[in-house]
Design a protein around this ligand. Structure first.
Ligand code: HEM
Ligand SMILES: *[C@@H]1O[C@H](CO)[C@@H](O)[C@H](O)[C@H]1NC(C)=O
Ligand SMILES: *[C@@H]1O[C@H](CO)[C@@H](O)[C@H](O)[C@H]1NC(C)=O
Ligand SMILES: *[C@@H]1O[C@H](CO)[C@@H](O)[C@H](O)[C@H]1NC(C)=O
Ligand SMILES: *[C@@H]1O[C@H](CO)[C@@H](O)[C@H](O)[C@H]1NC(C)=O
Length: 374
């Protein structure tokens, strides 16, 4: 009996399939043992430097014959960002939804005319916390499931869905994670709020006035209903940035008037699709009008510290106008808490990606910091 058990165990141990760590899963927060195991199976891809600005940066047709819309296939990944989902549906980034910052930065400039430094800042801030730094791969969300194997444990394959490191609460058309259920897919009820505010404050269009009111409303909703509501760096940046992206990047470049039709908005938010004949923005868009959204209803970074309606400012958090502190908080706190003791190729990749991230705030006069040494 003992021998049989022993034998069976032995056979099972050798027969158990070696579950490879997914090349696009984040290594953040793994235990030392899990990390060593994962690193043993992953091929190191040194991260290439971020692409520079476009040569031609005017408007042009981007829903073109070379980039036809196709529905996600079973197993393709789509996530909480309607901009990246759309670029995947049109093949500006890999249709699989597994991509990299170099690919994303080229795609957001080419497909939407997002300004180079904003693209670099946004992508590396997300990649540092949600990407696989060793393989240089980033997933834009979770598997659409249905087919394909379940993600092996303990891998974090949520990609950009990972809560509170970049993805966060108080989204415009996605529910807060606290409420469970589906917190990353399009939600029609929330979208109707977006449409309603566009009617009330924008004559039926989503514009900067609407953005100021709707951002404030979503924050008030979260303060009043989500006891774990958290609105500090880096979420403070992404939330305001997402409020103006639709105005800056989804208004056809030939129209260029900052007034977004709500059916055009639906095409991106829900269908993940460029409207027919869509032309990208007229010039590189740097997102600085996010400060107007904040100015409409100034609110300090903070959290609900003790249940709903206990929103308390957190003076240690970077604020929206202060990109240097946002940068420092991100690398010195968020990233370092996820990777307390990196070694080997992971350390090499962390330093390289932190430097690429820094290059996007260098023009603002920020000082580079080196949390893992030079
Ligand atoms: C540069 C790389 C980008 C990254 C890494 C990124 C990542 C993300 C993530 C993680 C979210 C979810 C945040 C949340 O609501 O919790 C998000 C939301 C959003 N993104 Fe992106 N994004 C990028 C570029 C873009 C571009 C180019 C556009 C527009 C063309 C865009 C438009 C939006 C919008 C409108 C939302 C808000 C969705 C909502 O509130 O319902 N993003 N993005
Ligand atoms: C968000 O929703 C997904 C399922 O759609 C769930 O697996 C995940 O745990 C949720 N995230 C959080 C932080 O609750
Ligand atoms: C959509 O959001 C509303 C409002 O937050 C929520 O009540 C509803 O359950 C959500 N629907 C889905 C399908 O998650
Ligand atoms: C938004 O639209 C409303 C209604 O047309 C208008 O009064 C307001 O000035 C617009 N705001 C911007 C910033 O275009
Ligand atoms: C980074 O954090 C450490 C403590 O964790 C602190 O001593 C150091 O001053 C910080 N560096 C910067 C530039 O903020």
């Amino acid at each position: 009996m003992f021998d049989l058990v022993y034998f069976t165990t032995l056979v099972l141990a050798f027969a158990a399939p070696t579950i490879a760590f997914p090349a696009h899963a984040s290594l953040a927060g793994l235990s030392r043992e899990e990390m060593d195991k994962a690193l043993g199976t992953l091929k190191f891809t040194p991260p290439p430097p971020p692409p520079g600005p476009l040569d031609f940066s005017g408007t042009k047709l981007v829903n073109d014959a070379e980039h036809p819309f196709m529905d996600a296939r079973p197993g393709d990944i789509r996530g909480p960002c309607p901009g990246l989902n759309t670029l995947a549906s049109h093949g500006y980034i890999s249709r699989s939804g597994i991509t990299s910052c170099s690919e994303i930065i080229t795609a957001v400039m080419e497909g939407f005319n997002m300004e180079n430094n904003l693209a670099i800042f946004t992508c590396y801030s997300a990649f540092l916390v949600n990407g696989n730094l060793v393989t240089d791969k980033l997933s834009i969300g979770q598997k659409t499931a249905k087919t394909g194997p379940d993600p092996p444990k303990p891998a974090t394959v949520a990609g950009l869905n990972t809560h509170n490191v970049f993805e966060g609460d108080t989204s415009m058309t996605r529910a807060d994670a606290y409420f469970g259920g589906d917190n990353h897919s399009f939600n029609e009820t929330l979208f109707q709020g977006f449409v309603d505010f566009s009617k009330r404050y924008g004559g039926g269009k989503y514009n900067l006035t609407v953005a100021g009111e709707y951002r404030y409303k979503r924050i008030q909703d979260s303060i009043a209903t989500n006891p774990t509501f958290n609105f500090i760096a880096p979420r403070i940046f992404s939330a305001y940035s997402e409020s103006v992206n639709p105005i800056n990047l989804w208004v056809d470049g030939r129209q260029d008037d900052g007034q977004l039709d709500t059916e055009v908005a639906r095409s991106f938010f829900q269908k993940m699709r460029f409207p027919d004949d869509f032309h990208r923005a007229a010039r590189p868009m740097n997102g600085e009008n996010e400060l107007d959204v904040l100015a409409a209803h100034p609110i300090e970074p903070g959290t609900n510290v003790n249940g709903v309606n206990t929103y308390t400012p957190d003076p240690t958090s970077g604020t929206l106008p202060d990109k240097c502190t946002l940068y420092e908080n991100h690398v010195n706190r968020t990233v370092r808490s996820l990777y307390p003791n990196p070694t080997g190729n992971l350390l090499v990749a962390l330093k390289a990606n932190m430097h690429y991230f820094y290059t996007s705030v260098q023009p603002k006069g920020c000082k580079e910091i080196f949390p893992y040494g030079r």
